[in-house]
Write a protein that binds this ligand. Structure first.
Ligand code: OVM
Length: 400
């Protein structure tokens, strides 16, 4: 190892997966960022990367920081995966490349553009209904309502039973953390609906014309096998629901807490896209993702042995003062390009275009029709090992 690889490694006794830290992680992020470019958590034998530059470097180096040993705390070289591995998320090249190419094409801007009008129509219906009510739960009436309607519609899922997807996503994202009580509880809740979820990955369950069917058409052409096609639909159902819901919920809370920023958006709905990005940076819906070292390496001069888990702390990177001026300020006029909430590199979120389209449309529709977003009581977070999610958000919407 070179001489620079002698940077000290601070040991920090903190549990990022405790209820308290999940509920309010930002003080812990600061401690970790100030401790150094890499910190060590003895309780999990885990290397943590809390700053933006190193998170980006780790996620960009798929050869050293691999995904096939799992992208959660569990190391699949030594522990059985909690479900059959995702062929997209928990894979490395060359296997990953084949399925990523297929799914990227299906999620292409041209395919997604066809969905835009449908999404816009649903957003108007939803916001007008919320305005009629006046007082709403921002989680139930907007953040959950919209993605649970438009995304399964886009995939080609029947309407009945879609709320089962919430339980699946919650379990899958909890499973990226330790086997703590949060994980166990979400697994118990998910079990009764597991056969529903797996059945709806099958071709017969999917309506023609949807993104799910396009995956099976790729199988017909021999680009993937039928088993792989079902697994890729499973990836849609794993990654595409709780994430967008939480992103929108976080943004509603943030806007309600920053009325002056909301006023800017209301005055200029063209800021919707940028505001969605800033909201994602400010409260990262995905807080944590892991890699595993395939060889001895170093990060910013800190040595890391082979076969070790490395946690990229996305929520912390997105508030790293080394990257962002005044990072704890929510600023709709900021240019937040470079935030890491979708990851980066070869595993960068393949659904980010559809997620952005959902967020932008919801936000623009609100900006056009709603003058004020007021908090009418305390919000409650939904605790999850890797998602910064919301349980309830009492709001009053004032018509423009
Ligand atoms: C998957 C998947 C992909 C991205 C995120 C995710 C844990 C799952 O392929 O199942 O959430």
């Amino acid at each position: 190892m070179s001489a620079v690889a002698s940077e000290s490694l601070p040991h920090i006794d903190v549990d990022p997966f405790s209820d308290e830290m999940i509920d309010e992680p930002y003080a812990m992020h600061q401690v970790l960022r100030e401790a150094g470019p890499v910190a060590y958590l003895p309780r999990y034998e885990l290397f943590v990367v809390p700053r933006h530059a190193e998170c980006q470097a780790v996620l960009s180096n798929w050869e050293t920081f691999i995904s096939s040993a799992g992208v959660g705390l569990a190391n699949f070289r030594h522990e059985a995966p909690f479900r059959p591995k995702s062929i997209l998320l928990e894979a490395d090249p060359p296997d990953h490349t084949v399925v990523r190419t297929v799914i990227s094409r299906i999620m292409s801007p041209r395919n997604l553009q066809r969905l835009r009008e449908l999404f816009e129509r649903e957003a108007v219906i939803m916001v007008d209904r919320a305005l009629d009510k006046g007082r709403i739960d921002g989680v139930r009436d907007i953040a959950e309502h919209f993605p649970l309607k438009v995304f399964p519609d886009a995939v080609g899922l029947e309407s009945e039973g879609r709320e089962n997807l919430l339980l699946y996503g919650d379990m899958v994202f909890n499973a990226l953390g330790p086997r703590n009580a949060l994980f166990e509880r979400s697994m118990e809740k998910y079990k009764p609906v597991s056969s529903w979820v797996m059945d709806h990955c099958k071709r017969e369950a999917l309506l023609p014309g949807g993104l799910g069917h396009l995956i099976y058409e790729a199988a017909d052409k021999g680009e993937v096998t039928l088993e792989q096609a079902a697994m890729l639909v499973r990836s849609f159902l794993s990654a595409g629901v709780d994430t967008t819901i939480g992103g929108i919920a976080n943004l509603l809370l943030t806007l309600a807490r920053h009325p002056a920023e909301y006023a800017k958006l209301h005055a200029n709905p063209g800021l919707a896209r940028q505001t969605f990005e800033e909201g994602l940076r400010y409260e990262s819906i995905v807080q944590t993702i892991f890699r595993t070292t395939s060889r001895p390496t170093e990060i910013a001069g800190v040595s890391i042995p082979e076969d070790r888990k490395v946690l990229t702390l996305l929520g912390s990177a997105n508030r790293d003062p080394r990257k962002w001026a005044d990072p704890d300020r929510f600023d709709v006029e900021r240019n937040p390009v470079g935030h890491l909430v979708f990851g980066t590199g070869i595993h960068g979120c393949v659904g980010q275009m559809i997620a952005r389209m959902e967020g932008e449309i919801v936000l623009r529709t609100l900006a056009q029709r709603v003058k004020e977003v007021r908090l009418t009581g305390p919000h409650r977070r939904h605790l999850n090992n890797s998602l910064r999610a919301m349980h309830s958000l009492p709001l009053e919407l004032v018509a423009a």
